[in-house]
Design a protein around this ligand. Structure first.
Ligand code: NZQ
Ligand code: ZN
Length: 383
């Protein structure tokens, strides 16, 4: 196991009716800005619950954060925060709203051009305090220190991370996820599964706690994920998926182990250039990464096949092949497409798709061995 230092300071408040606890979690004298998305919270009762809990607070609202949040919209919020002298940010939504809130929290006190936080990886020195009411189980953003923002005017999607952007608290009521459209439920299942994969499917370093934890999370995500679309209002399924998704990317399973993240990075351009949902990009790219890097990932691939999907017989190459197939099949069973041509993307589009990798100079994967030409080969396998 590799060395690590780990601290996750997010207070989790989990379960039915927990939105009412908001008033005890935000400082009483704060002026709160409630940040939310396109309006789903006004149709499913979440908005009323939040407003009810905040009735004794001074507060304002900033709606309109897009899925794959736009830099341009976040910057409007930054102006609003300064003008209204807001001192606490409350994200009410999925990963997009929480990520946008993290970026706004960083951009308000930032000296210089806030785009540099994303494009140059300039470290932030301060951030506003924020809290989160989670409405979609997928990204783990409610309990991690990362955010991903898109600048639509130039077709770029970039991420940043800082311990200063951990949410102070995460309210997680599984009942609020009942209203999610099936497509978003499936996206959440696939995204959280692949978060585990990015931190697990590398090479072994004898990290028994992390490996066993990761395997349990994947088993739960596959089992409950296969049930949830037919049982959208089953509390136990929703609760287990929600908590699994948080644990998939709250830092625990990634400590002391090599990490990959190439599927995520290669996928950014598919969202920025072709508008695929985040999880849709991953369902296309991951099987290609598994196939292209099967030798490097062989030991973990065999463990994944055996422990999560019960693949225990056949030669090594047969078991590896079977594991790649069953992972792709799981994504298809969840209703996601797994091939570029299903989105109308052709070989002639590949050069543009790898441009961000060239521009950012990314060397991806646990061995930093995936450069732009290799990413192109991986994408070619997915046509
Ligand atoms: O905009 P609203 O009206 O809120 O509707 C949203 C949105 O259209 C809707 N929704 C959310 N909760 C709902 C609901 N509809 C009905 N009932 C509810 N309870 O769902 C749609 C998608 O929401 P979004 O927040 O975009 O989804 P998700 O949570 O999957 O977040 C995706 C974003 O997170 C980033 C992705 O790149 C993408 O931009 N990621 C963030 C990560 C992180 N911070 O650690 C890691 C991830 O790998 C990922 O990259
Ligand atoms: Zn993801």
């Amino acid at each position: 196991m590799n060395n690590f230092t780990f601290c996750n300071p997010v207070k989790v408040v989990f379960g039915k009716g927990t939105i009412a606890r908001l008033s005890t979690l935000i400082p009483r004298d704060a002026k709160v800005l409630m940040i939310y998305g396109g309006g789903s919270i006004k149709k499913n009762g979440i908005y009323e619950q939040v407003i009810g809990a905040l009735k004794d607070f001074r507060f304002a609202e900033f709606p309109g954060i897009e899925a794959n949040p736009h830099y341009e919209t976040c910057m409007q919020a930054v102006e609003f925060v300064k003008k209204e002298k807001i001192d606490f940010l409350l994200a009410v939504g999925g990963g997009s709203v929480i990520d946008a809130t993290k970026f706004i929290a960083s951009a308000v006190p930032f000296e210089g051009d806030p785009w540099d936080i994303l494009s140059k990886g300039n470290e932030i020195k301060r951030a506003m305090p924020l809290g989160a009411v989670l409405t979609l189980a997928a990204t783990g953003s409610e309990m991690n220190e990362r955010a991903v923002i898109s600048r639509v005017s130039i077709g770029k999607k970039l991420n940043f991370a800082s311990p200063l952007i951990f949410s102070q608290f995460a309210i997680m009521d599984p009942e609020v996820t009942y209203s999610l459209p099936a497509r978003q439920v499936a996206n959440g299942v696939v995204d959280s599964f692949i978060h585990v994969i990015e931190q697990y499917l590398t090479y072994p370093v004898n990290a028994k706690v992390q490996d066993a934890f990761a395997e349990s999370l994947m088993k739960i995500i596959v089992e409950e994920g296969r049930k949830v679309l037919a049982n959208p209002c089953d509390y136990d399924i929703r609760a287990n998926l929600m908590w699994a998704a948080t644990n998939a990317l709250n830092g625990w399973i990634g400590q002391g182990v090599p990490q990959d993240w190439s599927s995520h990075r290669i996928g950014y351009a598919l969202t920025a250039q072709f508008g695929l949902d985040h999880a849709e990009t991953l369902a296309v790219v991951l099987p290609g990464v598994m196939q292209y890097l099967q030798k490097e990932k062989e030991e973990k691939m065999l463990r994944l096949g055996a422990s999560v999907f019960g693949i225990t017989s056949g030669s090594i190459s047969e078991r590896v092949e079977e594991t790649i197939k069953i992972v792709e099949l799981f994504f298809r069973d969840m209703g996601l497409r797994t091939r570029l041509n299903e989105y109308g993307i052709k070989e002639s589009d590949l050069d543009k798709l790898i441009e961000p990798i060239i521009q950012m100079g990314w060397k991806l994967g646990e061995h930093a061995s995936i450069d732009a030409p290799i990413a192109r080969e991986i994408l070619k396998l997915r046509l």
